[in-house]
Design a protein around this ligand. Structure first.
Ligand SMILES: Cc1cc2nc3c(=O)[nH]c(=O)nc-3n(C[C@H](O)[C@H](O)[C@H](O)COP(=O)(O)OP(=O)(O)OC[C@H]3O[C@@H](n4cnc5c(N)ncnc54)[C@H](O)[C@@H]3O)c2cc1C
Length: 377
């Protein structure tokens, strides 16, 4: 970590490392200690750490850097209040540590504190005392650092979120998390990796892995054969597809869950984000972001090709319907929707409701290749 005001992903020049012609020449000519496949936030950070540790590293992506899941998230850097209801105390503590690290060291220029209002409605799923107790536990798990846990009345709640629906509003919990520009965070990480000597190339799909003696010795990427000693498969929703390049019989590790967000006009005066608990344990978010308001999100099993993911009319209907629990019709209205985007959560294989699936890190050290993913939200 540099400790600069921009943390370890701050600005700097990486123009020579992003010289595409030179990078492609290096991929063809050199032998790498590590090829990282996939330049989302996971692959970019793995490449940065390995590059800083002195390894010869290449980072390649089939599309744009951060162009898949890592720019389709809810943009939150959060401790995972929702996981607390499921008793996942260790996960919440770990998420709080990561939140503080991002806010204070890794990317203070891209991660900002964000106040949340959690309304308690007479007909809602939680009583006020329960919300207060949960927020206290949530703050305690952060060591009461960069945290806030208060129960406020409807008047203060409306001061923070002027559009908040007030019929049946009894009280509101107020707590603190953080938000970022997820796509920029990936770019900043990739630039930092390039500055650390990593060869970074986008729009270069990996189409095969070459094995010798049961180990990966080269990666086929476009027209190139990139020689290497190890591979990290950080391809998110494509993780099983790339695993099967090394082992065609590999049983799947992951199932996918589709999450959609809407970008709507931001009404005036919002000082906080809104987090409305839903009866099924999910929350409906309304988050001010880059001068707009993000509404989300869905959580539904997806069995198709990740590259074919699309927002559907019923996703938009569901988000508007759920947002309307906390917002008046003129805010959560189809006519205010400017844009919609979808992403895929990568969850451990299992059955049942994807919203109830465990969100945690999984690292598989394969006989022939590695893969790693981390899911939140
Ligand atoms: C709806 C939703 C909301 C979320 N909200 C939050 C949140 O608020 N906060 C939070 O912390 N997390 C959130 N997450 C989780 C977070 O977005 C993911 O954990 C993270 O983006 C995963 O990053 P990744 O690098 O593993 O995958 P990705 O970003 O998907 O990157 C994988 C990359 O691999 C590349 N690739 C695939 N195949 C190949 C190939 N053959 N060759 C080369 N490259 C290849 C792809 O082009 C892609 O760029 C959310 C996720 C979703 C879906």
């Amino acid at each position: 970590m540099t400790g600069s005001e921009h943390g370890d992903t701050g600005p700097g020049t990486a123009s020579s490392a992003f010289d595409r012609g030179r990078a492609l020449e290096r991929l063809a000519a050199e032998r790498f200690d590590l090829v990282v496949i996939g330049a989302g936030i996971v692959g970019a950070r793995v490449a940065l750490e390995a590059g800083r540790a002195g390894a010869r590293v290449a980072l390649v992506d089939a599309g744009d850097l951060g162009g898949a899941t890592s720019s389709a998230s809810s943009k939150l850097i959060h401790g995972g209040l929702r996981y607390l209801a499921r008793g996942e105390v260790g996960l919440v503590r770990e998420c709080h540590l990561e939140r503080r690290a991002l806010l204070e060291r890794v990317a203070p220029h891209l991660v900002r504190p964000l106040t949340f209002v959690l309304p308690v409605y007479r007909a809602g799923p939680y009583r006020a005392w329960k919300v207060q107790a949960a927020l206290l536990a949530y703050a305690a798990l952060s060591g009461f650092r960069r945290s806030r846990a208060e129960l406020v009345g409807p008047q203060e709640a409306v001061r923070l979120v002027p559009s908040l629906r007030t019929e049946g509003l009894v009280a509101a919990g107020v707590y603190e998390d953080a938000q970022t520009n997820d796509g920029r965070l990936v770019l900043a990480t990739a630039v930092a990796a390039a500055r650390a000597g990593v060869v970074v190339v986008n729009h270069l799909p990996v189409t095969g892995l070459e094995l010798a003696g049961g180990r990966v010795v080269a990666v086929r990427a476009g027209e190139l054969t990139v020689r290497c000693d190890a591979v990290v498969n950080a391809t998110g929703p494509w993780v099983d597809r790339v695993r099967r390049m090394a082992d065609p019989g590999a049983a799947p590790l992951a199932r996918l869950s589709k999450g959609v967000h809407l970008v709507v006009d931001l009404p005036a005066g919002w000082r906080a984000a809104l987090s409305v608990p839903l009866p099924d344990g999910r929350v409906a978010f309304a988050v001010p972001w880059e001068g707009m308001l993000l509404l989300g999100t869905t959580d539904e099993e997806y069995r198709g090709d990740p590259s074919e993911l699309r927002v559907q009319a019923r996703d938009v209907d569901q988000i508007l319907e759920e947002a309307a629990l906390g917002l008046p019709p003129h805010v959560a209205d189809r006519s205010r929707v400017r844009y919609a985007f979808a992403g895929l959560r990568v969850l451990p294989l299992g059955t049942g409701d994807t919203a109830a699936a465990r969100r945690e890190e999984l690292i598989e050290v394969g006989r022939r290749a590695w893969c790693r993913w981390r899911e939140a939200s």
